[in-house]
Design a protein around this ligand. Structure first.
Ligand code: PHE
Ligand code: ZN
Length: 884
């Protein structure tokens, strides 16, 4: 049992720092069994307390061995300071002083991957959010910004490459085969943006000419065996740099921009100034080894980190409660970039699908928190879907309300006003308001109130007066610590469709100006009526187009209405949405029927929509694939009051088989047609769309259990010219009953790719996610595979994460063995890597969604974790909140 509980930190307790650090000089001496960190800090008291007594200086520090402290070049004796396990306190004698500290750390033993650690043979750092304090004593808070100069010293043979932020200003040799390099970053930055790398790395070079004609050197550093896999990341980087100039007027500011790929990394990537450090899964992409999904992820993450240079680095966060200031905004920026580079509609469909299955669940669970939280125990736990994804939706709504031009005026003002500052979400909103004379007072409730609002809309047509009334009612469920919610500002994008599916002109009562055929209504009241006039026939409304607000829309559409919208809505996103909601409705109906023990019968309308979509050559094949892919089990769980895992799994699987059987012929002909002209691999949107539909169809065709499907699938597995097609075939085989072909394929795949950790991640995850019986035993077997290790976060996510999050049937086994297995791994991970341990908890925290026997089993595992020894604050916070 843990003895001391971590304390809760509140936004309302924010105070300015007592001291500031103008300059930070760091020297790292790196050795195999330890590192020495010498820091020299030019410090001064923060203006506030002018004249009065100087407050004590409290520096953050964790897991450090303090070697020496000197104030203004005077060595201090140990009685001049106090150290405990999280701080170093001393008493300055002057308003300005230089503080020199030496600490000793052991990067080789750092399995938490926070601070300075070793990944494979290289040294690297991860400092966001509070990792810098594991390197040296410091004011490790984002509102303390300092100019950094960093010298790295290491043995030359094993670490020929020595990197840090900014520009290289000097380097040289030492005796005994050691060497050093000094880097200087001219831009003041908080410690969380500090980075250092030392290793034996291969370098890919390129360059970019900025809009003002400056030449920027671009470098990607990878382990030598990965040198052929960097082209896509480099192209993505150059496209991001151009896009940020064109869309936001933002130019890069240093002469060099570096990306380093590391295998052991807790997150996707990190935006350290001028020296981004990436999880190798977000950099490396080659057609032989990476799927189209991986290609798109690399493009998105490279863009995301690059965009942080302005939204995050030049303008940063005052405190960690403001995290969404940089993350929500930057996710919105990278989503728009991806939409511009690929299919806008498909990108939106993917993002909305993800948000609704995952962020909505978070917002309805025990860890629900506002986009700007008011308290936390461990900040690492707040890198959430709410901060990132919902935060991006909030910024998107601002963009919608202001229009592209108004939004740009606002961001221009924001960057100009706050360049070099650490600011708040309120500052961001104020800039948008001031540039547009807008008032977002009420809108800001999106930052302070948690929970997913429900928007219930009803329509009434009155033929006599040719009016159509839309009655909108909004509400928001209670969330931890917030029982009452005030109305949000909900931008509702809509059109009214006539009997032919055409958009009708929109004229709102009380307005003189017509609104064209699509408009955005701002729903601001708990209950609000909008009246459209001169509506010549009863319309069918196409609502919440493009998912214009992160809400649950309820409208009394009949199944026929949904079919009509799925066939005719001119808006691509809403066409998909109609098909999707039709499928949800059908699935939910069947789940009820299955629970009642009655025979299942498929509503032919769903079948006909799928048939029509399949035959429609004018539709983007990627869209067709999105429509054919039924709502995920996770989404059906989220939508359910009490999720019946067996029924959900059984019914969804049954519907997929029914569709496959009934549409087999149509599917085969589309499948073959898409195969024509496949040719060499191309990573463009069009080719990806074709592969996406073709492989979706392959998955369906394999469900028909025809021998033809099996031989086509095996052939695709063997002959595929790229990983996307090969992997799709492997997935279909693994989920099929063809034991012999399945094992042969798995075996061959592992043999061929065992030297490629990212490909092996896929191999683990395909098996871990397979819903066939015996899933837990398979996963337990794979834990013993030589390529598996709990120390690598990608492996943990690929095996344990995929099992717990994507394998509903096996994880929720009625005897609780799935829960027990995951809890065992969390207890082990808690010792090694608390951040990853905490992330693996998510599926267990969702216990309220399930039947009572499962609730009891899940809670028992949470209680067992809570009672285990040496619980990290990360795990403690999530477990205790989810049991509360
Ligand atoms: N700031 C990083 C990003 O959004 C994410 C990250 C957070 C990485 C914490 C590491 C640690 O891209
Ligand atoms: Zn980010």
């Amino acid at each position: 049992m843990r003895t001391e509980q971590p304390t809760t930190i509140h936004l309302t307790d924010y105070r300015q720092p007592d001291y500031l650090i103008d300059e930070t000089h760091l020297t790292f001496e790196l050795f195999e069994d330890h590192a020495l960190v010498h820091s020299r800090l030019a410090m001064r008291a923060n203006a506030a307390g002018e004249g009065g007594a100087l407050p004590p200086l409290v520096l953050h520090g964790q897991d450090l061995v303090l070697q020496s402290v000197a104030l203004d070049e005077q060595a201090l004796t140990a009685d001049a300071w106090q150290v405990d396990d999280s701080s170093l306190t001393l008493q300055p004698q002057a308003r300005e002083f230089e503080l020199a500290i030496t600490t000793r750390i052991e990067p080789q033993n750092n399995t938490a991957l926070e601070g300075l650690y070793k990944s494979g043979g290289m040294f690297c750092t991860q400092c966001e959010a509070e990792g810098f304090r594991k390197i040296t004593y410091y004011l490790d808070r984002p509102d303390v910004m300092s100019r950094f100069t960093t010298t790295v010293m290491a043995e030359r043979g094993s670490y020929p490459v020595l990197l840090s932020n900014g520009n290289l200003i000097a380097s040289g040799e030492h005796e005994g085969g050691r060497h050093w390099a000094t880097w200087e970053d001219p831009f003041p930055k908080p410690a969380y943006l500090f980075a250092l790398v030392a290793g034996d790395l291969y370098r890919i070079d390129d360059s970019f000419t900025t809009m003002s004609g400056r030449e920027v050197e671009l470098r990607i550093y990878v382990e030598p065996e990965n040198r052929e896999q960097c082209g896509h990341a480099m192209d993505s980087l150059k496209r991001s740099m151009r896009w940020d100039e064109e869309v936001y007027g933002r130019e890069y500011d240093l002469d060099i921009f570096m990306i380093v790929a590391v295998n052991d990394f807790n997150m996707g990537a990190m935006e350290n100034k001028g020296l981004n450090i990436f999880n190798s899964s977000c950099v490396l992409a080659h057609p032989d080894t990476a799927t189209d999904m991986a290609f798109q992820r690399v493009e998105a993450v490279v863009a995301h980190e690059y965009f942080h240079n302005w939204s995050g680095n030049r303008v940063t966060c005052r405190d960690w409660f403001q995290l969404s200031l940089k993350e929500g905004f930057t996710v919105f920026r990278d989503a728009e970039f991806s939409a511009d580079m690929n299919s806008r509609t498909v990108k939106r469909i993917e993002d909305v699908t993800f948000l609704r299955a995952n962020q909505f669940a978070e917002d309805a669970g025990p860890m629900a928190h506002p986009v700007r939280p008011d308290s936390y125990m461990e900040i690492s736990n707040f890198y959430t879907l709410t901060i990132y994804e919902k935060g991006a939706e909030v910024v998107r709504m601002l963009h919608t309300l202001l229009g592209a031009e108004g939004f740009r005026k606002g961001t221009d003002l924001y960057f100009e006003r706050h360049d070099g500052q650490a600011v708040t979400c309120d500052d961001f909103i104020a800039a948008l308001e001031d540039a547009n004379e807008a008032d977002f007072t009420q809108f800001k409730r999106w930052y302070s109130q948690a929970g997913t609002p429900v928007l219930q809309v009803d329509g009434r047509y009155d033929a006599a007066s040719s009016t159509f009334q839309l009655l909108c009612r909004q509400s928001c469920p209670a969330t931890p610590g917030q029982t009452e919610k005030l109305p949000f500002v909900i931008p509702l994008r809509l059109a009214l469709l006539d009997g032919e599916g055409r958009e009708m002109p929109l004229q709102l009562a009380g307005e003189t100006q017509a609104r064209g055929t699509e408009t955005v209504l701002a729903v601001t009241e708990a209950e609000q009526l909008f009246v459209f006039e001169n509506v010549r026939e009863e319309p069918l409304p196409s609502l919440l187009r493009g998912f214009s607000a992160p809400v649950k829309l309820v409208y009394p559409y009949s199944r026929d209405d949904r079919v009509f919208l799925a066939m005719h809505d001119p808006d691509g996103f809403n066409r998909w949405e109609a098909a999707q909601s039709l499928a949800v409705d059908v699935l939910q109906g069947l789940i009820g029927i299955h629970q009642a023990g009655r025979p299942l019968l498929l509503d032919q309308r769903l079948l006909e929509v799928h048939r029509a979509v399949l035959k429609d050559d004018s539709l983007d094949p990627a869209m067709v694939a999105e429509i054919l892919r039924l709502p995920s089990e996770a989404y059906l769980v989220e939508l359910a009051e009490e999720a019946d895992v067996e029924a959900i799994h059984h019914v969804r699987d049954w519907v997929r088989r029914e569709l496959a059987t009934a549409l087999a012929e149509t599917m085969w002909s589309r499948f073959r047609q898409l195969g024509d002209g496949a040719g060499a691999y191309r990573a463009d949107a069009e080719s990806m769309a074709r592969r996406s539909l073709r492989n979706t169809l392959l998955g369906y065709l394999m469900l028909t259990e025809s021998s033809e499907a099996l031989s086509v699938c095996v052939q695709q597995f063997v002959e595929a010219g790229n990983m996307t097609d090969r992997q799709a075939a492997l997935v279909a085989l693994v989920n099929s009953p063809h034991e012999q072909q399945k094992h042969a394929a798995l075996e061959e795949f592992a043999q061929r790719w065992n030297a490629y950790p990212l490909v092996m991640d896929q191999w683990f995850s395909i098996q871990a996610a397979s819903p066939l019986p015996g899933g837990l035993e398979r996963v337990q077997g794979l834990m013993k595979h030589p390529a598996f290790t709990l120390r690598n976060p990608n492996k943990v996510r690929a095996l344990i994460g995929a099992f717990a999050n994507q394998n509903l049937a096996n994880f929720h086994r009625a005897d609780g063995a799935g829960y027990r297995f995951v809890a065992d791994q969390i207890i082990e991970l808690n010792r090694l890597n608390p951040q990853i341990a905490s992330r693996m908890l998510t599926p267990l925290t969702r216990w309220r969604k399930f039947d009572e026997p499962r609730q009891l089993l899940m809670k028992a595992e949470l209680a067992r974790i809570l009672a285990s020894d040496d619980l990290s604050p990360d795990v403690y916070e999530v477990v205790s909140k989810s049991l509360a």
